[in-house]
Design a protein. Structure first.
Ligand code: HEC
Ligand code: HEC
Length: 348
């Protein structure tokens, strides 16, 4: 009977929609939620244990920054859901507040495009950006390559992994290889999908059904990583140092993209508060209420964002389902490392 219920909860939305489709163009067509497939590894950057280890070392090393005290992990901190817990990032030599919220890198291997506006296509392309950004790590590639080439530990590791001295290209490839191991799954949702009927509470199960139907979340947060890898304007109010953030428009110059941001994954969402591209909402409850009330105001708001008429119980159920999406690191064992100031070698 329970098996049947599970079948009903997961499949019925699509069955109903199949029937519904015959009558209306409004049917929600979407890739269904489900278990994550294996990560696709690009042919020009195969994974090897030594490369992943090197990428991990680089990711946690503040010496990649101009003043030797900001690492990738300063903002993508594993103890803060691989983000920073702040509304907007603080970076650069003066710890200046930036315009955008630090997204988690959990499951970033599944992103079709990187950044809130999708301006980088691959993790390799993305990795060298923050190093050179004056508001983030504020270092030049020339200087970093020189710096790392003076450290025998890196010279040896690059020889082993790439057969070369330290190069910017190698730094990008190793960091990307490490990031592709930050895969989180085995959440209560995943365990439920694998057949453990007790993994989700009754409330979370009702929330899952709402997610796929009345609440329409599945229109954008679809597929195994809960994102359509697309861009939408949902009307999040401006907040922080930027008066206006045009989002995807800055990349495409297409009017339809004004104020549109990438649909983020909802996996491990409990760990990456605050929410949205500018960290506007501190809690999931507020996010769900925002959608329930029809999103924010914007001339360019997506037609898929409108009032949902969810009851208080339904808002609660939906929030319970979101909480059940938090899983654990599955592909590699992560050992916590000190994120404090390292003992720098002489000369740094
Ligand atoms: C000062 C804080 C800071 C540092 C340091 C930093 N990042 Fe980020 N990271 C951000 C912010 C903010 C964004 C979003 C920027 C945007 O979308 O415009 C981001 C975006 C990303 C993304 C895209 C994720 C997604 O879902 O689109 C990846 C991947 C990433 N960073 C990896 C790295 C790596 C690798 C390093 C080190 C080389 C690094 N970051 C250093 C703040 C930081
Ligand atoms: C029209 C597409 C669309 C629909 C429908 C939609 N979302 Fe979103 N969602 C987005 C986009 C785009 C963002 C990021 C917006 C921004 O930052 O400006 C987002 C952000 C979020 C965030 C914050 C994630 C983070 O890491 O900051 C949560 C949580 C969320 N949505 C949950 C939901 C829920 C629950 C529903 C259903 C009630 C829903 N969404 C419906 C597109 C959508």
């Amino acid at each position: 009977m329970k098996k049947f219920m599970k079948f009903i909860l997961c499949i019925v939305p699509s069955l109903v929609l199949t029937v519904h489709e015959a009558h209306s163009n409004d049917a929600i067509k979407h890739p269904p939620l489900g278990l994550l497939p294996p990560v696709v590894i690009p042919a020009n950057n195969p994974q090897t244990p030594a490369k992943i280890e090197l990428g991990k070392k680089l990711f946690f090393d503040p010496r990649l920054s101009g003043n030797n005290w900001i690492s990738c992990a300063t903002c993508h901190n594993p103890t803060l859901g691989f983000a920073d817990g702040l509304p907007r990032m603080l970076g650069g030599p003066a710890s200046k507040e930036g315009g955008r919220n630090t997204p988690t890198i959990i499951n970033c291997a599944y992103n079709e495009l990187q950044f809130w506006d999708g301006r980088a296509a691959t993790l390799e392309e993305q990795a060298l950006g923050p190093i050179q950004n004056p508001n983030e790590m504020n270092e030049t590639l020339d200087s970093i390559v020189k710096k790392l080439n003076s450290m025998p530990e890196y010279v040896g590791a690059f020889k082993e992994v790439f057969g070369t001295d330290v190069t910017a290209n190698g730094i990008a490839k190793a960091i990307a290889a490490f990031e592709r191991t930050i895969v989180f799954a085995n959440s209560p949702f995943d365990r439920y999908m694998m057949g453990d009927e007790s993994a989700l509470s009754e409330s979370a199960m009702r929330g899952m059904y709402l997610f796929n139907t009345k609440a329409e979340c599945i229109k954008c947060h679809s597929g195994p990583n809960f994102t359509d890898n697309n861009f939408h304007n949902i009307g999040v109010p401006a907040d922080g140092p930027l008066k206006e953030d045009l989002g995807r428009y800055d990349v495409t110059k297409n009017d339809a993209d004004k104020g549109a941001f990438k649909t983020p994954t909802l996996r491990n969402i409990t760990e990456t508060t605050p929410y949205m591209h500018n960290g506007f909402f501190p809690t999931l409850f507020e996010v769900v209420q925002f959608y329930n009330g029809g999103g924010g105001r914007s001339e360019n708001k997506s037609p898929d964002i409108h009032g949902l008429n969810l009851t208080a119980q339904e808002v609660n159920d939906l929030t319970e389902f979101l909480k059940a999406l938090t899983g654990e690191l599955v592909h590699v064992k992560y050992e916590p490392m000190s994120l404090g100031y390292p003992n720098l070698p002489d000369g740094f």
